[in-house]
Design a protein around this ligand. Structure first.
Ligand SMILES: *Cc1c(COP(=O)(O)O)cnc(C)c1O
Length: 335
């Protein structure tokens, strides 16, 4: 069942005081570049360092009597579920692929969850989740294809519009589409004229490819500076695919070089330490792939980076991503 605005308000009540109320701050640099107000919704300031706590809390709250919870994750959803499970006195098993950065694995273990590294893709990790559900009776919490998760993420849309009712465009990092679906549902229910654009990296963008194909399709999972945006959307996707199809105005791809540069921009201009996944909206604007003529906001979705990789980007070193080398150069202001 497709969720409604009322479900998102209910989620907002459930997460109140724990995962809500992050700041929405202006980026003077991006305003200078676009000529319009450009706001950053700082989900990197969440207790787990990423917005996924919203959806995880909303999903775990009210599960009732279960043996424990499990999920597959590119890192941040697992951390959210581990946090929410601990708060509810439940055990959590988080299944991830070997592509997940070490910093994220450590963060999840520190919350007391059982971490399983399975195979080299989200699909491999998902197979282990299905086994745990079937054989051990754990309750699965999908990272994106779950109404409770989508509504939790949608509370970001409510907050952005409450903080700045004049926002005309929201740029949303897009992977499995739980965030984009929830934010678009919230924002468009309040202001149908608002434009919501999903942005992904150009290698292995499963939702982008699926929207073009008109049905969920598999995408190859490749190392990316935006590692949180990796993974498929599930060939049996029931909610986040149709919601993204019906609610997003546009989807855009950016290159690893554009992500690299936008990470430098967010750091040097706004002094924000954030994952590659967070800057895809900024990258799309700086690359001229989106034009803005009114106030816009993007979501700085998380800060759980590998600090060695971040240091390479900030100091302008080349970065090796699998078989792909991102050349890189020291930051120079281009606006
Ligand atoms: C999960 C995640 C996203 C994408 O969210 P989806 O709901 O999968 O589209 C973006 N940024 C970060 C940091 C994430 O952890």
């Amino acid at each position: 069942m497709i969720p409604t605005l009322a479900d998102i308000y209910a989620a907002a009540r459930r997460i109140r005081g724990v995962a809500d109320g992050t700041p929405l701050v202006p980026s003077p640099f991006m305003r200078g570049h676009t000529g319009a107000d450009f706001l950053l919704k700082l989900e990197n300031m969440q207790p787990i360092g990423a917005f996924k706590l919203r959806g995880a809390l909303n999903a775990v709250d009210g599960l009732g009597d279960v043996a424990g919870v499990t999920c597959c994750s590119t890192g941040n959803h697992g951390r959210g579920v581990a946090y929410a499970a601990r708060a509810s006195g439940l055990s959590a098993v988080i299944c991830m692929s070997s592509l997940v950065p070490r910093a994220k694995v450590d963060g999840i273990r520190a919350l007391g969850a059982d971490v399983r590294i399975v195979g080299h893709s989200q699909d491999d990790a998902q197979a282990e989740v299905e086994r745990l559900v079937a054989e051990e009776g754990l309750a699965e919490i999908s990272p994106f294809d779950d109404a409770r998760v989508i509504c939790g993420q949608g509370t970001i849309g409510l907050e952005i519009l409450a903080q700045r009712p004049d926002i005309e465009t929201i740029l949303v990092p897009l992977s499995g589409g739980g965030l984009a679906a929830g934010v678009a549902l919230a924002a468009k229910s309040i202001n149908p004229a608002i434009r919501v654009i999903g942005i992904s990296m150009d290698r292995g963008a499963a939702m982008y490819e699926s929207l073009r194909a008109g049905r969920p399709v598999a995408a190859e999972e490749l190392p990316s500076l935006a590692d949180s945006l990796g993974g498929g959307i599930g060939l049996d996707n029931r909610l986040s695919f149709p919601m993204c199809r019906d609610l997003l105005d546009e989807t855009i791809l950016v290159t690893e070089e554009q992500i690299y540069h936008a990470m430098q921009v967010l750091y040097f201009e706004d002094r924000i330490v954030a994952e590659g996944a967070c800057v895809v909206g900024i990258a799309a604007v700086l690359a001229g792939k989106v034009t803005l003529d009114g106030p816009a906001a993007t979501i700085v979705t998380g800060r759980n980076l590998d600090m060695d990789l971040f240091t390479q980007v900030i100091t302008g070193q080349p970065v090796q991503l699998g078989d792909r080398l991102v050349a890189g150069q020291p930051y120079r202001r281009t606006a």
